[in-house]
Design a protein around this ligand. Sequence first.
Ligand code: ATP
Ligand code: MG
Length: 193
Amino acid sequence: MRIGVFGGTFDPIHIGHLVAAQNALYAGRLDKVLFVVANLPWQKEGMRELTDARLRYLVVSEVLAAHPGLEPCELEINRGGLSYTVDTLFELRQLSPEDELYLVVGADAAFSMHTWERSEQLSTMAKLIVVNRYGYPTPIDILDFADPLSAEMPWLDISSTDLRERFKNDRPLEFLLPREAILAVRKYGLYRD
Ligand code: ATP
Ligand code: MG
């Protein structure tokens, strides 16, 4: 199978993530895309308060239940500690060596991939799909990836950072993230002061 590996904090998951994954699925002719929920994203450590990984994962799961082809993945949460994509690719490869892995990243993430843990190993374990992201040019040369695929999507200026503010300030949320996500966020009492 051709598997997309889409990592993120998903704090919370939103329409930008879903449209990105769906277009990566199409661009790479993938069988499915795994939403890999980071346990402790090392880049965000200490920068801001992070929602408990299990709760972020629950919200992602409740949203993806309605979308065959998009699957929640809890490998990084089960592994615990800081989350490194390189370890996740290694684990996925061990779990099913016959799968072909495609790392899916937005353009903002693609730009900083050279700073990731053991980044030089990434291109030996997976192919790369870059999705355009509003506000960021899409990089061309990324590490040693040969012929990265680009997945086109309409520009959606949506971020979890903005959504957390919207939840906190009671500003409109409808259509920026799936209704299941809004309901789950409220159910678990996230993003309140
Ligand atoms: P935050 O504002 O907290 O950083 P985020 O909206 O950037 O949240 P992440 O969980 O950091 O979401 O991103 C996970 C992945 O999804 C990254 O590869 C990122 O580039 C991609 N992504 C997120 N939002 C969009 C969007 N609106 N369009 C395209 N790609 C996106
Ligand atoms: Mg981000």
